[in-house]
Design a protein around this ligand. Sequence first.
Ligand SMILES: Cc1ncc(COP(=O)(O)O)c(C=O)c1O
Length: 411
Amino acid sequence: MGLFHMRDELLKLHVADMGEEEVAALREALAGGWLTRGPRTTRFEQELGRYVGAEQMLGTNSCTAALHLGLSVAGIGPGDEVIVPAQTFAASANVVVHCGARPVLADVRPDTHTIDPGHVAELITERTRAIIPVHFAGTPADLDELAELADKHGLFLMEDCAHAIEAQYRGRPVGVGGCPATRFAAYSFYTTKNLITGEGGMLACRTPEDRQRAQVLGLHGMSADAWQRYSSAGGGGFRLYDIIAAGYKYNMFDLQAALGLAQLAKLDANWERRRERVAQYNELIAGVEGVTPLAYPAYVKPAYHIYLVRLDPALLKAAPVATDGAPHASPVRDGVINALRRRQVEAYVHYICLSETEFYRRLLGTDDKTTPVAADLARRSITLPLFPTMAPADVEYVVAMLKEALSEICG
Ligand SMILES: Cc1ncc(COP(=O)(O)O)c(C=O)c1O
């Protein structure tokens, strides 16, 4: 165990920074007696909009819902293709399927794991309608190159900003506030994200018309929301509604927004705390043989959402460790993750390559050769703990345990 004693408790991959501010905000919201969408949601939309440089914001109950709404508002449907990186959470591609359209999986850059504009260019057909760049781990995708492709082919971008509220690309915020080709941007406030409401999301729209359509589609297709229908404060007097589409139930509610407002007040301070931990990790990891961290291009401000290292390819040839036999299993990676867990460090994989998942292999006929870079990176990537309240000593512990785990599994 060297200089480090084994911890008694598991060091979690992520711990939400929830304190008195959030408790007070929830108590106040509960006491107000109005729990669903109402004034707090509107305020959260406005304040987050100011933060990301966008005016047309719509609170939703998840980022997945926001992504689905964006595609639905744009009329994406059967016969359409939408290009999505293979290195992302399933939701980024699943929403395309929910619309009856076909996700086309693109490969990623080996240094940042963001969508590779060169591969996107090869995948564009006359059926392509949109590209969904994912700002993986909080590092912006190559928005200028993607915007150029979008303009050339008459497509729009919908940015998946689930990891990237604070991120900037060439001095501009990611999302509709920064990139003119972006019609929608979707944010996540899931419990592991940079701003947390438990579950929750936000759709940023370029135009008020799109936002209006998204609001109606996200609330049963009703032409007015409950706050407007019941409350004199919402618009003055009784308002009859109509049903103008078979919409969904995707709205944010005021308890979420109360948490969101309290979390927004801490967003920059928590970004700074994660930035410090990432800098510390990078310094220590430089002395660990066999692993490389993600790269951060000079022209981006990363959101530092997760911290992951890639095992050197040579290490994957180490003695095999038993796995569950899935096609995307990676015995050495999984062995290192388990060795870390035995040392009280929770580690994870972001993400298995979508081209190799059971569903997308069946639907699209893809495999590891469809997006070879993403497939390879997924087999070599290990996410280590990162969260704002993490102590410098925690980072030292993780790196020491990583060294031990590597020497146990890879020799
Ligand atoms: C890249 C990415 N996109 C979309 C989502 C979906 O977010 P939500 O859980 O808020 O629906 C996630 C969530 O983990 C994600 O990581």
